[in-house]
Design a binder for this molecule. Structure first.
Ligand code: AMP
Ligand code: GLY
Length: 638
């Protein structure tokens, strides 16, 4: 008996769903409803005795009436907006099996703050530090707590354009605040402000009937508009996956953890709402220096990730979607051919800022191992394909290796006639190598070099912190201009290699020791501009005052002056500053400051001891920060 399937949505993701259904061994009638007459989906509907209805997929009654008219056995909901608009709920109430969760369960996507709170209860360690702001004052407070490393996110759905990242899209807290004002004025009632993470993103989609789970291979999307991950965020410019159920920069543990978190969230949603989550849960993760973090959840297939997924799927897509919708997923056996995949989107030139419509284009039909999926495309009366504003079309390809899949996808892209553009680096050996190197750098132990001329008390504290498991670094070399300094004795005591000499010898030895970062701990010489340039952004000094107070002065003088200033003016606050070293003494960008109060009974010595404890904390924080960020974005004005 013929089964009737209705696809809700008419973009490239839904074209991929229609394509996968068209390969089913079951006798199907395939229909679609959506906002545009996608020529790819239309061809499939025509061939599979279905219809294509034009209208708003957020109109639940309209979708239900179509489904009832078609006697749909299964409805597959593509985008998130109809989920929020209760389309799944309405179809279920009408007795139709639905692939896609009810609106309350879909809040895992439609409210970022809800998603954060939900995952926090399961695995708090995978959530970036975040605050939820309901007013500009709260936003200001939240931003202050993250310094120069933050991300601002509209809480509700915003079509992939509600997220701005510091340094990349927002150059200061002021810019961030005006973006927050804009969000509040356009109806957002809350904004998520969170720490900026450093690492490599991956998506892991879990298809579920609320109990059984089938995980996709991890896939890496490319959100930025241009090659080398530059430019604004987009809906996704392309994606790739590896043949081995990993990605080249991920460990098995990363992937297992992501699968486990998705499963736990599905279970938690079932417990909270007393009904199963049926559809797909898309986890957007980032592999970071010490594991993985969850960036977002979607309650639908990713786009472009769905294109990789359905191009690779060898088992029956109808059975997969129907059994997830019906609660019989445990009997479904997915088949994987262990192939790599690459998907590349072609977009109008002005995308994502401009919505360029009516640009004519053509593309040759696909080659072996390659599929074309139409997105925001219309066919005019004379049969010419034209852009409809957003991402135009995608080419998805599979092969034995990522590179081979990419070469295939690109050769199909090159048959495009018309002014569309696309990224050429998705899955390229150079880009993949860069990602592997990035993760390797973030995940290796830091190799620390130290330059000192005095007792090295701060180094003693750091060695102690390492011995107590607070700090996980290697002290690879201690350099000094003085053979008889305390810091040299300290290094020898702890079997840390030592180098005594002049600046150029020290620099050579630091190079040979492969240090990632250099700390100046009581180094009494002024470093040359040449040295500072060679180690640019990797060399840090700790100064015993709140710079710019007492810049350029020596330790003992600083504390005496701080006490004197307190007596003269009542200013009883001092502290320490960790800053980047530049050729201008004590004037490099400030990374960390810690303050303390000067008591009336404090002496130079007691104040020095107090500030040194702050220096220890500041240096530990610096090393942890350097590891997490790979040395990126440490200060505003670098
Ligand atoms: P989202 O819509 O939450 O997936 O965010 C869109 C994109 O913004 C992500 O794919 C990341 O590239 C970036 N992003 C989001 N959150 C963070 C974060 N905490 N740290 C760094 N980048 C982020
Ligand atoms: N690929 C990102 C998304 O579907 O949201």
């Amino acid at each position: 008996m013929k089964r009737s399937v209705l696809i809700v949505g008419s973009g490239a993701r839904e074209h991929a769903i229609a394509y996968a259904l068209s390969k089913s061994t079951h006798s199907l009638s395939i229909s679609c409803c959506g906002p545009n007459l996608n020529p790819g989906i239309k061809t499939i509907c025509d061939r599979y005795e279905g219809t294509m209805a034009l209208g708003s997929v957020n109109d639940a009654e309209w979708v239900r009436d179509i489904a009832l008219r078609l006697h749909a056995d299964l409805a597959v909901i593509g985008p998130e907006a109809p989920l929020e608009a209760r389309v799944a709920d309405t179809l279920r109430t009408a007795g139709i099996s639905v692939f896609g969760p009810d609106a309350d369960l879909a809040r895992i996507e439609t409210s970022k703050s809800y998603a954060r709170e939900c995952v926090c209860a399961i695995a708090p360690e995978v959530i970036p530090k975040f605050r939820i702001a309901h007013s500009i004052d709260e936003a200001q407070e939240a931003l202050a707590s993250f310094g120069p490393r933050f991300v601002v996110k509209a809480d509700g759905l915003s079509g992939g354009k509600g997220v701005k990242v510091s340094k990349e899209h927002l150059g200061s807290h002021d810019e961030a605040l005006s973006w927050c004002r804009q969000l509040f004025s356009t109806g957002q009632t809350s904004i998520v402000i969170e720490e900026k993470l450093y690492g490599q993103e991956f998506s892991l989609m879990t298809i579920t009937d609320g109990i059984s789970c089938i995980h996709s291979t991890p896939i890496q999307d490319h959100k930025r508009a241009f090659d080398e991950d530059c430019g604004p965020n987009t809906g996704g410019m392309g994606s790739y996956s590896s043949p081995d159920n990993l990605l080249p920069f991920l460990s098995k543990t990363d992937v297992e953890q992501a699968c486990s978190i998705n499963e736990q969230v599905i279970q938690a949603l079932r417990n909270e709402f007393g009904k199963p989550y049926r559809g797909v849960l898309y986890g957007g993760y980032m592999a970071v220096s010490d594991g993985i973090r969850l960036i977002e959840y979607n309650a639908r297939f990713g786009d472009p990730e769905a294109l990789n997924f359905f191009t690779l799927l060898s088992s029956d897509a109808y059975e997969l979607l129907q059994s997830a919708a019906d609660g019989t997923l445990s009997s479904y056996r997915p088949i994987s051919d262990n192939q790599a995949s690459v998907c590349i989107y072609a977009v109008p030139n002005g995308y994502p800022e401009l919505s360029e419509r009516n640009v004519p284009f053509s593309i040759d039909s696909e080659m072996a191992g390659t599929q074309i999926f139409y997105g925001s495309v219309e066919r005019d009366d004379s049969g010419i394909l034209r852009t409809a504003g957003s991402r135009t079309l995608a080419v998805a390809s599979y092969a034995d290796s990522i590179d081979q899949a990419r070469v295939q996808a690109l050769s199909t892209m090159e048959t495009i006639q018309g002014t569309l553009r696309w990224r050429t680096d998705i899955g390229s050996p150079v880009a993949v190598r860069r990602k592997i190197d990035h993760m390797t750098r973030l995940r290796k132990r830091l190799s620390v070099g130290v330059l000192g001329s005095t007792r090295g008390t701060d180094l003693r504290y750091l060695i102690d912190a390492k011995q107590h498991g607070i700090l996980d670094v290697d002290f690879s070399l201690v350099c000094s201009d003085k053979a008889d300094s305390g810091i040299v004795d300290l290094a020898r005591e702890h079997d840390i290699p030592v180098c005594i000499g002049r600046e150029h010898q020290l620099s050579k030895s630091l190079d040979e020791a492969g240090v990632d970062i250099i700390l100046l701990i009581g180094y009494m010489r002024i470093l040359s501009a040449q040295f500072c340039l060679k180690w640019k952004d990797r060399i840090f000094n700790v100064h015993p005052s709140l710079l710019p107070d007492f810049a350029g002065m020596k330790d003992a003088d600083v504390h005496a002056l701080a006490i004197e200033r307190m007596r003269a003016s009542g200013n009883n606050i001092t502290g320490c500053t960790v800053h980047l070293v530049t050729p201008h003494v004590d004037a490099g960008p400030i990374i960390i400051q810690k303050s303390c109060t000067i008591e009336t009974h404090d002496t130079e010595q007691s104040l020095k001891a107090k500030v040194q404890l702050l220096e220890k904390d500041a240096l530990i924080e610096l090393l942890q920060l350097f590891r997490q960020t790979g040395g990126q974005d440490l200060a505003w004005d670098m």
